[in-house]
Design a protein around this ligand. Structure first.
Ligand code: SDX
Length: 393
């Protein structure tokens, strides 16, 4: 069924679990979802089709895809009481804790269908999450800009519905830009899964206690929030703007990174696994010019990004450390051109990564052999010693 990947014993010892969902070869810069190369999925597939592939293990037939799409379109609404949660969040709240709170709260509204080993409960929870996270994300944006919420329009696809709920207004028809829809669908495909990254491992670890799917995904959202993980796409934009606002001196910034001044890093560079070009970054870079051209992106920031990449790829400091652009290096520029504020970039990462998180949680529930065991530690504290009373201390 699959070409068994021969792993060196050293790798097997460090592996936290086994999984059949996503394959990465960090040295070769290879990424495959259920055996399909990311380059082929990026060119031929759609986000919903890739979500189906990751979760159910095979590309859907036309009928399967239509049924999957129809089921999701029936669950895009939030319970009116959950919608009222947004009245309580501060307008300037970061959207990631809003997202994790709302997702965690889903388990309070669907208490009758949370059993992790009941296939019907798992199926309806899967559909509810895929359908409602875009609505929750759009409402988090609307709350931050003080605009009215739009109910989902189920005649639209998932990405179209999300864009309309985010950027549309009740008073007028929202004109969907096909280039915007295609670009966002592609970015969601590229973010859909990535082996045992920090947030996916978090979903697995929380789920390994048999916590329900909503609780596990909420934990994954919180893990993704970190600037070294999903928060990097926002940090890249802040880095590029900082370089531009201080005169655009790329060489000066690279020198600061190499001297590790104030712990500054080249955000969007480096990866725990890829010690080669992140294949997702290569795809995004290839399309960035095209997408930014159509969406009217900020060329000055793109120029700075390209200069940074050019410098880093020819500088021994980065070459010796095998630091290449990762998935986050160019995505922020595209998200910004789409009209999203910087602090929403990680929310878009979460929307893309959701099917991967769900697939890993379901795989673990179905096959305990893929569970992350209870991690042990190397103890480095005191050897045994006797208690001292206060007067002896
Ligand atoms: C994501 O795991 C996944 O799959 C994650 C992800 C996914 O799809 O889920 O791919 C998404 O999280 C991508 C990564 C986004 N984060 C960033 O772009 C933040 C900047 N990158 C770094 O923080 C760092 O590269 C990491 C955390 C991503 C990876 O670190 P590594 O490979 O474990 O390297 P390290 O921290 O052990 O550092 C090795 C050396 C050090 O220098 P020395 O101490 O040897 O002198 O490389 C240096 C580091 O200082 N280094 C960097 C650097 N990353 C590592 N120096 C400058 N800029 C950087 N970005």
């Amino acid at each position: 069924k699959t070409d068994l990947v021969t792993l060196d014993p050293g790798f097997v010892n460090t592996a936290s679990c086994s999984s059949a969902i996503c394959y990465i070869d960090g040295d070769q810069g290879i990424l495959r979802y259920r055996g399909y190369p990311i380059e082929q999925l990026a060119e031929h597939s759609t986000f919903l089709e890739v979500s189906y592939l990751l979760i159910y293990g095979e590309l859907p037939t036309r009928t399967e895809l239509e049924e999957f799409t129809h089921k999701i379109s029936r669950h895009t609404l939030l319970h009116e009481d959950l919608k009222r949660f947004f009245d309580g969040f501060p307008r300037d709240a970061h959207p990631m804790p809003v997202l994790s709170s709302a997702v965690s709260a889903l388990s309070t509204f669907y208490q009758d269908s949370l059993k992790p080993f009941d296939s019907n409960h798992v199926e309806i929870s899967t559909i509810r999450l895929l359908a409602k996270l875009p609505t929750i994300a759009a409402y988090a944006y609307k709350k931050s800009v003080g605009q009215p919420f739009l109910y989902p329009d189920n005649s639209l696809g998932l990405v179209e519905n999300f864009l309309r709920m985010t950027f549309g207004f009740p008073a007028e028809t929202y004109e969907l830009d096909p280039a915007l829809v295609k670009a966002l669908d592609l970015l969601f495909i590229l973010h859909a899964d990535h082996e045992q990254n920090c947030s996916t491992s978090t979903v697995r670890l929380v789920g390994s206690s048999e916590a329900n799917l909503f609780a596990s995904i909420s934990a994954g959202i919180n893990a993704l929030f970190g600037p070294l993980h999903g928060g990097a796409n926002s940090a890249v934009l802040e880095m590029l703007e900082g370089i531009r606002n201080s005169g655009g001196d790329v060489e000066r910034f690279v020198a600061k990174v190499k001297n590790k001044e104030d712990g500054v890093k080249l955000m969007g560079f480096g990866h725990r696994v890829y010690k080669n070009y992140d294949p997702r970054a290569a795809i995004i870079k290839r399309t960035a010019d095209d997408i930014l051209g159509k969406l009217g992106g900020d060329d000055s920031l793109l120029d700075i990004a390209k200069q940074l990449e050019e410098h880093a790829l020819s500088d021994d400091y980065f070459i010796e450390r095998k630091l290449y652009p990762n998935v986050d290096f160019y995505t922020g520029l595209i998200y910004r051109a789409m009209g999203f504020p910087t602090k929403f970039f990680t929310v878009l990462f979460a929307l893309g990564r959701l099917p991967g998180w769900i697939a890993h949680w379901r795989e673990m529930m179905n096959d305990p052999a893929t569970k992350i065991g209870r991690p042990r530690q190397v103890y480095t504290g005191h050897t045994v010693r006797d208690y001292k009373s206060l007067s002896e201390r």
